[in-house]
Write a protein that binds this ligand. Structure first.
Ligand SMILES: Cc1ncc(COP(=O)(O)O)c(C=O)c1O
Length: 389
C-alpha cells in the first residue's frame, strides 16, 4: 500500500491491540511490567529483547505518542519528556560534554535562553548567538569546540522566520548537529528534517495537546542520536507520564484539522489588525508585509496560529489594551482552542536583558495573540473593542 498521508498517520499509527480488541487505544497506567521467568528478566535487562520493563524507560502510551510524532516528522526514533523544557535540556545534556560550544539563534524561547546563559555554563558549555537577519555571520561564530547549531522558526514571540535549509547546510559543512524547536509550526506545517535538521524538539504542551490540559515534550531524530538521549533519560528520569502520553496521542489525531482552522483564524486576525489605525505593526508569516513572507511560503504549509503586533501609544496603551480584553484569555500558554493574549516583555521573556529583547523584536508594547478556534468574528470583535477602548 502507498505510504499514507500525514493526516492518516496521525490517526492510524497504533500500538498492538490487547485481547479485548479495543478500537480506541487504552491507557496503560502501570509503572512496571512483569517477566515470564528469571531468564526473561535477565534477557530484558541485557537489552536482548525489545519490551517494556519500567515506565521511566518506555510505556505503550509514550511509545505510541512518540511513534506518531516520528511518522509525522519523518524521523527514525524519539523519546517523550514531561515538558518541552525537559526535552530541550535532556537533549543538550545527553549529547554535549563539558567545554562544548553552541551556536544559537538569538530569537529563542525565554527558558531555553536562560538554560544556555545560566545553566549549561555550570559545565562550561558556552553559547554564541546570531541575529535572525545575520545568517551570513554564523560561520564566524563557529569554534573548534562547537557541536550544535540551534534555532526556532517561527520564533517566539516575534514570529520571525529563519532559513532552515541554509542553517542545515552550514551545520553539515562544519559537521555540527542542527537542532530545531518546531513547536510553533508543528510537523503538519513544517518538517525540519527535510531541511537538514538532525533533531527536532517540541513542547507538546502547545498545539500537540491543543486544549491546554497537559505538559509534554518530545525529541525525534536518527536512531543513533536518540539512543544517546534515551540512555541519558532512562537514567535521569524526565519521562512523560503515561496519562499525558495517552492524551497527547489522541490529540495528534485532530492536529491537522485543528491547525488548519487555527491558521485560517490567525490570518483573519492578522489582516484585521493590519488595517486598524491603533496598531503600529503586525507580524504574521503569511501576511505579505512580513519581512520573510517568501521564505515562510516556501518552508511552511500555512502561517501558524500566532500573531504578534504592537498597539500605538507604548507600554501604557498596551497595558490598557490587555485590561480591556473580555473574551480572550490573559495567559502565558499558546496553541490552545481558546485564544490567548500575552505581553511577552513582562511575562515569558521578562528574565531576558532589555537590549537582547529589543534585538529580537520584543518591544515593550509587543502583544502576542495565540489565535484559537472560537468563531473568528468573536475573536476580532474582542480585539477591536479593546483597541478602541
Ligand atoms: C518555542 C518553545 N519551546 C519550548 C517551550 C517549553 O515548553 P514547556 O512549557 O512544555 O516546557 C515553549 C513554551 O512556551 C516554547 O514556546
Amino acid at each position: 500500500m502507498k505510504d499514507p498521508f500525514l493526516e492518516t498517520k496521525a490517526i492510524r499509527t497504533q500500538i498492538e491491540r490487547t485481547q479485548f480488541l479495543e478500537h480506541s487505544n487504552p491507557l496503560y497506567l502501570t509503572s512496571s511490567y512483569v517477566f515470564e521467568d528469571a531468564e526473561d528478566m535477565r534477557a530484558s535487562f541485557a537489552d536482548e529483547k525489545q519490551r517494556n520493563i519500567y515506565s521511566r524507560y518506555s510505556n505503550p502510551n509514550t511509545s505510541e505518542f512518540v511513534e506518531k510524532v516520528c511518522e509525522m516528522e519523518g524521523a527514525e526514533r524519539g523519546y517523550a519528556f514531561a515538558s518541552g523544557m525537559s526535552a530541550v535540556f535532556s537533549t543538550f545534556a545527553a549529547l554535549l560534554n563539558s567545554d562544548d560550544h553552541i551556536v544559537s539563534s538569538r530569537s529563542i524561547f525565554g527558558s531555553t535562553q536562560t538554560m544556555f546563559n545560566n545553566i549549561l555554563p555550570k559545565w562550561n558549555i558556552s553559547t554564541s548567538y546570531f541575529k535572525i537577519d545575520e545568517l551570513d555571520k554564523i560561520e564566524e561564530l563557529i569554534q573548534p569546540n562547537t557541536k550544535v547549531i540551534y534555532a526556532e522558526s517561527p520564533t517566539n514571540p516575534a514570529v520571525d522566520i529563519l532559513d532552515l535549509k541554509r542553517l542545515g547546510d552550514i551545520a553539515k559543512k562544519h559537521n555540527l548537529l542542527f537542532i530545531v524547536d518546531n513547536c510553533f509550526a508543528t510537523p503538519y506545517l513544517q518538517q525540519p528534517i527535510k531541511f537538514g535538521a538532525d533533531l527536532v524538539i517540541h513542547s507538546a504542551t502547545k498545539l500537540m495537546d491543543g486544549q491546554g490540559r497537559v505538559l509534554g515534550g518530545v525529541t525525534v531524530g536518527s536512531e543513533d542520536l536518540i539512543q544517546k538521549i534515551y540512555l541519558f533519560s532512562r537514567n535521569t528520569g524526565p519521562a512523560l507520564s503515561p496519562f499525558n502520553a495517552w492524551v497527547l496521542s489522541k490529540s495528534l489525531e485532530t492536529l491537522p484539522v485543528r491547525v488548519d482552522r487555527h491558521c485560517d483564524n490567525a490570518l483573519k486576525v492578522a489582516e484585521f489588525l493590519e488595517a486598524h489605525d491603533n496598531v503600529n505593526f503586525v507580524k504574521y508569516p503569511f501576511l505579505k508585509s512580513h519581512p520573510q513572507y517568501k521564505l515562510a511560503k516556501q518552508q511552511m504549509k500555512l502561517g501558524g496560529s500566532i500573531v504578534a503586533f504592537e498597539v500605538k501609544g507604548g507600554i501604557e496603551a498596551g497595558r490598557k489594551f490587555l485590561n480591556s480584553i473580555k473574551l480572550l484569555s490573559l495567559s502565558a500558554n499558546l496553541g490552545d482552542t481558546r485564544s490567548i493574549v500575552t505581553h511577552p516583555a513582562s511575562t515569558t521573556h521578562a528574565k531576558i536583558l532589555e537590549d537582547v529583547r529589543l534585538e529580537t523584536g520584543i518591544t515593550a508594547g509587543l502583544i502576542r495573540v495565540s489565535v484559537g478556534l472560537e468563531h473568528p468574528e468573536d475573536i476580532i470583535n474582542d480585539l477591536k473593542q479593546a483597541l478602541e477602548n
